[in-house]
Design a protein around this ligand. Structure first.
Ligand code: DGY
Length: 320
């Protein structure tokens, strides 16, 4: 008998077909709409495996309904949407997809940094709205990237890849991490810094740490006030790491110069969100890993993790 699996979003046919070969598959048929919580609550009761996205909140009460569940395979590197403690207590293996999205997410992080510093979306809108009447010396002037100091909060795989890109722009790179990453320091000439020092010295601050109980609201009023008035904050990790209300006031009051945000506390972000009313904010809809190739690889890795556990084997990427 094949194991029963529920897939929470429509994925490309090659993935769905492989899952069908190996499992008795039920799935939420929409690509756009996340599965409603009550549907998931129903489906999870019957399955051995769950293949889910970061949009699904896999909390204790949901896990308690899943008497047969052996594995939750998250199609993301971040797993703050899953109650890991509850899963462990229930003997459910949780897996994620590190590695395959590193370079794509670093590309996007650097693209967002550049777009924010050089005001690219604003400049493009300016032209299309017919406001470009003449070239003027100080029109749409931004901040230099080359030679500036970049502070990276979180020196994991993506942090390292962003540092590598920054070095190509001749940037001075500081980083803050729970543990020192001596290898990255030596390889790329990075400097470890306490958070306060990093915030005070950096022209750009990139948030690249996972969202955990310790990093929630890591950047709030106090931290934003430590930053330079010309500084730019980039967040491609998770919304909850930066306090959005504090960020709104810091941007509005000129405590910092601009922000580039790919992630929000509530996603999709409401069009009435105060941050969206500011012209010094560049916003994206959580597309850090969104290249077709990478998303396919993430789906493959999630599938491999899921099938390994259902086969009684150790998955390549188990969240400990
Ligand atoms: C992740 O994997 O955690 C990203 O946020 C989405 O690709």
């Amino acid at each position: 008998m094949k194991p029963k699996v529920y897939l929470t979003r429509k994925l490309p046919n090659e993935i769905v077909n492989s899952l069908r070969k190996n499992c008795e598959l039920r799935m939420w048929e929409s690509e756009e709409e996340p599965v409603p919580h009550d549907v998931l609550e129903q489906e999870i009761q019957e399955v051995d495996g769950l293949f889910c996205m970061l949009t699904e909140e896999i909390d204790r009460s949901l896990l308690e309904k899943a008497s047969k569940l052996k594995v939750v395979a998250n199609m993301a590197v971040g797993y703050n949407n899953i109650d890991i403690k509850a899963a462990k207590e229930k003997g459910v293996v949780v897996t994620n997809t590190p590695g395959v999205l590193t370079e794509t997410t670093a590309d996007l992080t650097f693209a967002l940094l550049m777009a924010t510093a050089r005001r690219i979306p604003e400049a493009s809108t300016y032209l299309r709205e017919g406001k470009w009447e003449a070239w003027t010396p100080m029109q749409l002037t931004g901040q230099d990237i080359h030679g500036a100091t970049l502070g990276i909060i979180g020196m994991g795989r993506i942090g390292e890849s962003v540092a590598k890109r920054a070095k190509g722009f001749n940037m001075n790179v500081l980083y803050h991490n729970r543990r020192r990453n001596q290898e990255a320091e030596n390889k790329m000439d990075l400097q470890f810094a306490e958070l306060e020092h990093l915030l005070k010295e950096s022209d750009f601050v990139c948030v690249l740490t996972p969202l955990t109980a310790e990093t929630e609201n890591l950047i709030g009023v106090k931290e934003l006030r430590m930053m330079k008035e010309t500084a730019i904050l980039i967040n491609t990790a998770r919304g909850g790491i930066v306090n959005e209300e504090a960020l709104y006031h810091a941007l509005k009051d000129g405590d910092i110069w601009a922000a580039g945000l790919d992630v929000f506390v509530e996603e999709p972000v409401s069009l009435n969100h105060p941050l969206l009313s500011l012209s010094n904010v560049v916003t994206l809809p959580h597309i850090g890993s969104a290249s077709r190739k990478t998303r396919l690889k993430m789906a493959e890795v999630a599938m491999m993790n899921l099938l390994k556990v259902l086969n009684g084997e150790k998955p390549p990427h188990q969240v400990e």
